[in-house]
Design a protein around this ligand. Structure first.
Ligand SMILES: NC(=O)c1ccc[n+]([C@@H]2O[C@H](COP(=O)([O-])OP(=O)(O)OC[C@H]3O[C@@H](n4cnc5c(N)ncnc54)[C@H](OP(=O)(O)O)[C@@H]3O)[C@@H](O)[C@H]2O)c1
Length: 329
């Protein structure tokens, strides 16, 4: 299995390499790719050094799988070229997600949709991934009517430049800016660009991607996405209204059994999910599970995951593992 990691020097790419290493992914050849400025630099994988190669060199090596995390425009331009070379591309950008011919996959929810014909596969938005992993088993049991989500998103979701902005601000250094305003000691109700209806693209991604991954357009979703000066992962306050009534103990038990989910919900002992604890973990953590007493058949939850892991790298690697296991690559 020849695997190209495109964007290998970036935040997601670096975690991708770590996840491939940790999970002992069955690769025989690693092909790290980044922009022209990085070609010739080296990355370390399983104690060995690998030179970064250009996109053209990587395509000529005909990898079996290419894990892309190099931005939307790079993906739009180069993913089809890998596909032409016979490579299956798993893409982390938003470029292909809403293309009706492309599968948008969270393995715990809809890996069964994949077939050998899917040569470009989209990895959903980080905030959407962690939410649908929790929504899916509850939807199967009680049928979700409506979801209201507010996010508290880590600066690592914006890439290397944003982490540098936060660190520089903490040291009083005036460096390059990834955001319109200071992020340290601040909260920005603004992720991605604003659209005509007053929502941001991040909010629209959460709405549309949820419907696509769950294969159910009847689920109404509304979102407010917010950037906070945190590193370890994204948090979400989620209010869910169901068609059918539920039992709180049963909800907890469903989530305890759900694949990829860990329930951390013991408020008497001050146990609830936090980004510090989710950092570098592959699972999605859920807590603060309680009835919404202001509405019938409604539930409140708090969901936390490492956006660079389950929100990006881990999810992409899990898709690749599924393809190999089912001989779809
Ligand atoms: N951060 C997250 O939580 C997250 C979650 C889900 C999805 N994503 C998506 O994943 C992608 C990468 O995000 P990131 O946070 O890792 O960004 P990042 O830290 O800024 O890294 C970007 C990577 O892309 C490479 N790159 C840029 N232009 C390229 C080109 N023309 N050809 C080849 N490589 C190129 C960069 O190489 P150089 O080092 O050579 O510039 C670098 O390796 C984005 O599309 C983002 O939306 C991010």
């Amino acid at each position: 299995m020849k695997v190209a990691v495109v964007g290998a020097t970036g935040l997601v790419g670096t975690v991708m390499l770590k996840v491939l290493e940790e999970r002992n992914f069955p690769l025989t050849e690693l092909i790290p790719v980044a922009s022209e400025k990085s070609v010739g630099k080296e990355i370390t994988f399983k104690g060995k050094k690998f030179p970064i190669v250009s996109m053209d060199t990587a395509i000529s090596m005909k990898p079996d799988i290419a894990l892309f995390s190099a931005g939307g425009s790079t993906s739009l331009e180069h993913a089809p070229r890998f596909k032409e070379a016979g490579t299956t591309v798993i893409d982390n950008s938003s470029a292909w997600r809403m293309d009706p011919t492309i599968k948008l996959v969270v393995p715990e929810v809809n890996a069964h949709e994949l077939s050998i014909d899917n040569k470009i596969i989209a990895n959903p938005n980080c905030s959407t991934i962690q939410m649908v992993v929790v929504l899916k088993p509850l939807h199967d049991k009680y049928k979700i009517k409506r979801v209201v989500v507010s996010t508290y998103q880590s600066v690592t979701g914006t890439g290397v430049k944003a982490v540098e902005q936060l660190m520089n601000e903490r040291k009083g250094i005036d460096g390059p800016k990834a955001y319109a305003y200071e992020i340290d000691l601040n909260v920005l109700p603004h992720i991605d660009v604003f659209t005509e209806n007053g929502y941001t693209k991040e909010e629209i991604k959460m709405i549309k991607e949820t419907n696509k991954i769950m294969s159910d357009d009847s689920i109404k979703v509304t979102a407010t996405t917010v950037r906070i000066p945190v590193m370890g992962g994204h948090s979400e306050s989620v209010n869910i209204e169901f068609e059918n009534d539920f039992d709180l103990a049963e909800v907890r038990s469903i989530l305890e059994k759900a694949p990829g989910v860990i329930v951390v919900d013991d408020v008497a002992n001050l146990k609830y999910p936090m980004p510090k604890d989710a950092h570098e973990k592959d699972e999605v953590f859920v807590g603060r599970i309680r009835r919404d007493d202001s509405a019938p058949k409604a539930l409140n939850l708090w969901i936390v995951a490492d956006n660079l892991r389950k929100g990006a790298a881990t999810n992409a690697v899990q898709i690749a593992e599924y393809l190999i296991q089912k001989e779809l690559v």
